[in-house]
Ligand binder design. Structure first.
Ligand SMILES: [Zn+2]
Length: 226
């Protein structure tokens, strides 16, 4: 009898408007984006306060992850040893999909890696993470100031960072290095969309959000651009 009552009650739910309605995809994406960003911001607060969560790295967790990965965020960050996203955002194994290059700029391989993560893992946010005292940006600034012509593979990095230096210089920024670092993050965030139709389409439909952020080596704090 009780079972019957339950069935009747369940049948009535939709007419009462109590059944869960399917959410529009964009609204779902927004919720996922907010949750992912909050997860990173909370993790960074723990890192700053020295109150990191215990890292679960044991066999059980590895076995679970071997079945598949479901990271919540992509982070494009500098290769600098002082800026590992997993530490800076206090994330667990399997939680962030990280692409690192000197100067947090994306060449074809890096961009392809990001596209893979967006398309196949459905990750809703990309954080472009620059940092203060960045060696790659400093090198580009020096090359520009001294009219150097870098060669070899390092030149490839500086070529990608140089537009940020030029932008900061045009803006007559008093602190040229920090302005270049900020511009490098902003230009890279824009370049991801410009150079990738896959990312552009997802951003346009609201399924993907690209967030700019800069890390301070001393305080450990990540400042997210508003
Ligand atoms: Zn750097």
């Amino acid at each position: 009898m009780r079972g019957l009552h339950l069935l009747v009650a369940l049948a009535l739910l939709p007419s009462l408007g109590l059944a869960s309605e399917p959410q529009p995809a964009a609204a779902d994406a927004q919720v996922a984006q907010q949750a992912a960003l909050q997860g990173l911001a909370d993790g960074n607060s723990r890192f700053v306060d020295g109150k990191q969560a215990p890292h679960i790295l044991g066999a059980e967790r590895r076995r679970e992850l071997a079945k598949g990965q479901h990271p919540q965020a992509i982070v494009l960050s500098c290769s600098d040893s002082r800026v590992p996203p997993e530490y800076v955002f206090d994330q667990q194994l399997g939680q962030v999909f990280v692409v690192r290059t000197a100067g947090n700029v994306a060449d074809g391989v890096a961009l392809g890696s990001i596209e893979y993560a967006v398309e196949h893992l459905g990750i809703p946010i990309i954080v472009v993470l620059g940092h203060r005292s960045c060696g790659a940006v400093t090198a580009a600034l020096e090359a520009h100031r001294k009219h150097l012509h870098p060669h070899g593979n390092v030149a490839e990095i500086l070529k990608l960072v140089m537009p940020a230096v030029l932008q900061a210089e045009r803006a007559k920024a008093p602190d040229l290095l920090n302005a270049s670092i900020d511009a490098n993050v902003a230009l890279e965030a824009r370049a991801l969309v410009k150079r990738s139709p896959i990312l552009a389409e997802r951003v346009k439909s609201g399924k993907l959000k690209i967030i700019r952020a800069v890390y301070d080596l001393e305080t450990g704090k990540v400042d997210f651009a508003k």
